[in-house]
Ligand binder design. Structure first.
Ligand SMILES: NC(=O)c1ccc[n+]([C@@H]2O[C@H](COP(=O)([O-])OP(=O)(O)OC[C@H]3O[C@@H](n4cnc5c(N)ncnc54)[C@H](O)[C@@H]3O)[C@@H](O)[C@H]2O)c1
Length: 341
């Protein structure tokens, strides 16, 4: 028998939190480092595969497989099984997104960890916007407008405040004012978050606009956006195409994903012949210093993302190491003795 044990560390959501998940500074650093490693060729990150249910046209829910291998000093393989259900948001206490991550040893391919990734998604999604904002938001941004006071909206407040320290006020908009009020209250005494029911009025005041809603069609109008603003869209298509097309800098996380996943603004503008890869800069290129972010106060900068699995895996791996060190989680064996080898 070899000395390799197929031992899996199972981490439920509470364990993942105890392992340090809610530390936004750490998540921002891990996210930016992963983007840099992608640009340096140390990451294999195939495009996500989406399983739409009951079918693409009438999608009510989806599960997506997001595999990645991260080399360098991290050296882990894994995938996130990322899922969302619109049924869930009609039920009390059920999140839209429900995610799971599996980490494997790249040498033996034995699984090392299985963990809840629901909140990792919230933290890393906001951190991706935070990294984008660090490079493309004006350093003089005083007012930010965040649209969508859900799970991602909550973590977005801290990601944006950490990344753009000049911000004095966040206008947090939602169709459901009670949700915006709830999050504003959670941040009371730490950040100046003002709940707002009028997205148009909030967007018109802001130099930075971040959208993370479940809207099913674009709602952010071009005439609401200042000519030198920064707009970051986290859901597939929330902003009018005109905003993207007239942007001086078009930032994306991953071209191959965004250009083939139907419904995304990048896919739509690409198939309409209005957008090509060469017109965009990626977050990995920004993090590695290969292309510039904002270069003047006059530019309109627009970013669109769908999420990169490598970031989930890098963060999950860090939390796994923290959990091992702190003795958190439950150990499971895949087998005692493999029957057939
Ligand atoms: N880019 C990524 O990596 C990534 C990762 C995860 C989730 N997402 C996307 O982020 C979005 C938000 O996810 P969540 O988990 O926070 O959802 P959620 O259900 O917790 O919150 C969404 C919020 O948007 C609000 N909303 C819907 N339409 C609106 C509108 N027109 N104006 C203002 N508010 C509106 C809802 O009232 C709700 O409070 C989803 O579209 C999800 O697919 C993106």
């Amino acid at each position: 028998m070899s000395g390799y044990k197929p031992e899996i560390l199972f981490l439920k959501q509470e364990d993942v939190i105890a392992a340090g998940l809610l530390d936004m500074k750490m998540i921002l650093e891990a996210t930016e480092k992963t983007f840099k490693m992608i640009a340096e060729g140390k990451v294999i990150n195939p495009s996500k595969i989406q399983l739409a249910m009951p079918d693409e046209e009438n999608m009510q829910s989806f599960c997506m497989s997001m595999p990645s291998y991260i080399g360098g000093d991290i050296n882990v393989a894994g995938f996130k099984w990322a899922s969302e259900s619109r049924f869930n948001i009609t039920q009390p206490g059920m999140p839209l997104g429900v995610d799971l991550t599996v980490l494997s040893d790249p040498l033996t391919v034995y699984p090392k960890a299985i963990m809840d990734a629901t909140l990792i998604t919230a933290m890393r999604t906001s951190a991706a916007a935070g990294v984008a904002a660090k490079y493309i938001a004006s350093k003089n941004t005083k007012v930010a407008c965040l649209v969508g006071a859900g799970v991602i909206g909550r973590t977005m407040v801290s990601a944006i405040m950490e990344s753009v320290p000049s911000i004095e006020k966040i206008l947090l908009c939602d169709l459901n004012m009670a949700k915006a009020e709830g999050i504003a209250k959670e941040y009371e005494g730490k950040y100046n978050v003002v709940p707002c029911g009028d997205t148009e009025a909030a967007a018109k005041q802001a130099n930075l606009i971040v959208t993370m809603t479940t809207a099913t069609k674009p709602f952010l109008k071009a005439e609401w956006v200042k000519p030198n603003a920064t707009v970051i869209q986290m859901a597939p298509h929330e902003i009018e195409e005109e905003i993207l097309l007239k942007a001086d800098k078009k930032i994306i996380d991953n071209w191959s994903q965004l250009s083939h996943i139907t419904g995304s603004i990048i896919h739509k503008t690409h198939v309409a012949g209005k957008l090509e890869e060469e017109m965009c800069t990626t977050l990995p290129q920004l993090a590695a210093g290969l292309k510039p972010g904002r270069e003047s106060e006059d530019e309109l900068c627009v970013c669109a993302t769908l999420g990169v699995g490598a970031v989930d895996i890098a963060i999950a791996h860090q939390l796994y190491l923290n959990a091992l060190e702190k003795g958190i989680g439950q150990k499971l064996m895949l087998w005692d003795n493999p029957l057939w080898v």
